[in-house]
Write a protein that binds this ligand. Sequence first.
Ligand code: 6PG
Length: 243
Amino acid sequence: MIDLKKNLARHEFRPYAERAKLESELAAAIVDKLSTALALTGKASLAVSGGSTPYGLFEQLSQANIDWPAVDVTLVDERWVETDSDQSNEKMLRQRLIINQAADAHFSGMKSSATNVDQGVTDYNQQLATQIKQPFDVVILGMGPDGHTASWFPDATETPAALDPKGVTDTLATYPASQNIPRITLSFACVARAKSIFLHITGADKRQVLETGLASAREQEKDLPIHQALCQFEQVVDIYWAE
Ligand code: 6PG
């Protein structure tokens, strides 16, 4: 089992009393990283997680005055649903991030017209290899109350392969028992090549899971995906947390 306290101490935990202040400072930190990449190479790439936590952050990011047409924006993971579904991370991004100044960003979704998620993985791997600057300049991770991050769920049989630091695939499908929809997700190996990784979480419950894990996982002597990922990342992850 991973020593959670020691594992976290290796990363940069940034607590905030107010979510609004977290969002403006996290947005500024991300814009700084993207601007540096744009100045150096003329291009930048950003992979973001879905869910509801980042709504305010995306609103802030969308207003940044940077060369968005030169920024490749994509998802860390996606639910395998139509992009007009309320469960679609792409739909949420188009409503909350690919707007304002960021409306001209070069966005690549993960959901293709493929009939199944496994074919979708093949399609997205092709996109990743040809249309999205790699390695990523910035990756923003979230975390679920069950300790999943990206779509590396504790109750998906594919998660050990997804978290393999020597994994050879950049994208894979996961079928978490707790989710009624298959997921397409970047692999740990792909995320770990990023220049900067941010973890954005809110609420006391998620902080407790991050700091002490889950009794159910401890009973099974299983490390949660978030802890395994933080243990394996070589770079220091900036962890932004607010109540
Ligand atoms: C998703 C996300 C996922 C998310 C967590 C947290 O598709 O759901 O990519 O990894 O970051 O589930 O979601 P909330 O922000 O809604 O709690």
